[in-house]
Design a protein around this ligand. Structure first.
Ligand code: 5AD
Length: 359
């Protein structure tokens, strides 16, 4: 079977519908060839520091949602964050992503701003810096940009506002439109903008997933971080999925496959964006992230979170790398990249070519 470049919503749905193993392989191979031609067979690292799990949001799928009282909340001491940043810089990770639960108070905003400045200083400006700390005002986003952050990740989670509404409390604090407006603010300020979705959510159709890919195009997105939905046992969506018998091995396999297909089809449709092979793939399959690279992803986010806090930053069950320290993650990840036949873009920011193509 020859895979041609998808052009329409129907083309996207047709590719996402593939289940035949030979056709699937042809899809992944075609996407890998497009990756090689457009962004190269080079994998860029974004060391991921999950620095706090306090969160004001109550997303119904997420393990660190405000009302999950099984979670012990933590704030990583500033010096520990800086030590992890230094480790990433010394190990030539190229860039760092600071992620946490969402908070919007002034103390948090100041804290993040200071962290950005300190990390830029300690690495003499060499570490690229991505923030992933949720919905904020345009003013806040601008302060952080001026402090030195140059990329921002904010997943839309789903481009379908009705599906979004089923996954979030309807309390006025979880509004799809606000999230979309945040992406517009980030673009206006000059960030490289990343978004993404969860794949295999209850009630999500292939049409929804095709629309997510069209959303990435229409929003002129530079970086995409998406991954399969993975159950967290103590959340409303997780409980509903478990009660419905919808987390069998077969269902997990299907969600993994859908996640890989989304990477491949997105790569075919948007050849010059950065696409991450996310940790959630590996929660469903030991080789999930390698499979993601083979399906067209070119970014990995090795976990650099302080080891003692890892067990408290569980967005979903079976999260990998929780018992490891950064050195182990580094060795493990480089072996994974080598097994695919890609090389590592050590010491490079690995910016999204798409960001420069539109200038
Ligand atoms: N399964 C998969 N991904 C999840 N996230 C949160 N909860 C889950 C889950 N149960 C993702 C969301 C969020 C990102 C930081 O983690 O997409 O944007």
């Amino acid at each position: 079977m020859t895979i041609s470049q998808p052009k329409t919503r129907d083309d996207l749905i047709a590719l996402l519908s593939i289940t035949d193993p030979d056709e699937l392989q042809a899809l992944y191979d075609a996407a890998y060839a497009v990756k090689a031609a457009n962004v190269g067979r080079v994998v860029y690292y974004r060391g991921l520091v999950e620095f706090s799990n306090y969160c004001i949001k109550d997303c119904k799928y997420c393990g660190i949602r405000k009302s999950n009282d099984e979670v012990e909340r933590f704030d990583t001491p500033r010096d520990d964050i800086l030590a992890m940043a230094r480790w990433a810089w010394e190990n030539r990770y190229g860039s760092l992503t600071l992620q946490s639960g969402e908070r919007q108070d002034e103390a948090f905003i100041d804290y993040v701003e200071g962290l950005v400045r300190d990390i830029k200083d300690l690495s003499h400006g060499e570490l690229g810096l991505t923030l992933c700390v949720g919905e904020q005002t345009e003013d806040t986003y601008r302060r952080w940009f001026e402090a030195g952050a140059h990329r921002y990740l904010l997943r839309i989670e789903t481009s379908n506002p009705d599906l979004y509404a089923t996954l979030h409390p309807q309390d006025g604090h979880h509004r799809w439109q606000v999230r979309k407006d945040c992406l517009d603010s980030l673009r206006r300020i000059g960030y490289q903008v990343g978004t993404g979705d969860m794949i295999g959510l209850p009630g999500q159709t292939l049409g929804d997933l095709a629309d997510d890919i069209l959303f990435y195009r229409d929003m002129d997105i530079d970086m995409i971080g998406m991954g399969p939905y993975v159950v967290h046992h103590n959340t409303p969506v997780g409980k509903q999925v478990l009660a419905g018998g919808l987390d069998s091995d077969e269902e997990k396999r299907r969600r993994l496959e859908l996640g890989l297909k989304m990477i491949a089809v997105t790569r075919l449709f948007l050849p010059d964006v950065n696409i991450a092979a996310t940790t959630a793939l590996q929660a469903l399959h030991p080789l999930g992230r390698e499979l993601g690279l083979k399906a067209g992803a070119n970014v990995l986010m090795p976990i650099v979170t302080v080891p003692k806090y890892r067990p408290q930053y569980l967005l979903y069950d079976n999260k990998p790398c929780v018992d490891e320290v950064p050195d182990q993650c580094k060795n493990c990840i480089s072996a994974r990249v080598a097994s695919v036949g890609d090389t590592i873009g050590l010491g490079q920011w690995g910016d999204s070519p798409h960001f420069f193509h539109k200038k």
